[in-house]
Design a protein around this ligand. Structure first.
Ligand SMILES: [Ca+2]
Ligand SMILES: [Ca+2]
Length: 193
């Protein structure tokens, strides 16, 4: 007779523990960017435009890693006739600047973390393209950027697509109404305290 109440209690406890076990200190920031604002050449090249056109850039400052997810209008699947590229700029409180890059060049994936134009060794740096969800994801272990309590970040995409005898390219910055150039940082810190 006591079995049912015990199970019910166990289930209730599991739900409670599950809720509390979520990374309490992880912070998320979701940045929305304008639609259709990728700088594109030729200007009517919609495949490149839609692939580069950032709609949101989400940053999650977890206990183990900083994870950045670009969602674009319509991501092309990385392949032999294109190049798909995303870069996140991360600035830590001592104003140390990092660039984490995910690149698919002719379908070959490469990842890098650079600070002051020097490569930073970073085991656990990962990235992926999820074309079905129009997402590019870069995960940077916090230990690779000296375990900051908070960061500010920005991001940029660039795409190069070839077709027949021609090609085109597009690039976007995860910030409304700004021209491309040095990747602009946000002003609100993404904290993990
Ligand atoms: Ca955009
Ligand atoms: Ca933009």
């Amino acid at each position: 007779m006591r079995l049912v109440p015990l199970l019910a209690t166990a289930a209730a406890s599991a739900v409670l523990v599950g809720g509390l076990a979520a990374p309490a200190s992880a912070a998320t920031q979701n940045r929305t960017d304008q639609a259709g604002d990728a700088t594109t050449f030729p200007s009517d090249f919609s495949t490149a435009q839609d692939s580069a056109d950032i709609r949101t850039l989400r940053g999650v400052h977890g206990d183990g890693a900083l994870v950045f997810t670009f969602t674009v209008a319509d991501l092309i699947a990385p392949g032999i006739d294109n190049s798909v590229n995303a870069t996140v700029r991360i600035q830590t409180p001592n104003e140390r600047d990092y660039l984490a890059n995910l690149n698919f060049g002719e379908g070959q994936k490469s990842l890098s973390l650079v600070s002051n134009e020097q490569q930073v060794a970073c085991d656990g740096l990962t990235g992926r393209a999820v074309a079905a969800q129009d997402r590019l994801v870069i995960s940077v272990p916090r230990s690779c950027v000296r375990n900051p309590r908070e960061v500010v970040f920005g991001g940029q995409t660039s795409m190069f697509v070839t077709f027949g005898t021609g090609g085109g390219q597009a690039s976007d910055d995860a910030r409304r109404n700004r021209e491309l150039g040095e990747i602009k940082l946000g002003t609100v810190a993404l904290k993990n305290n």
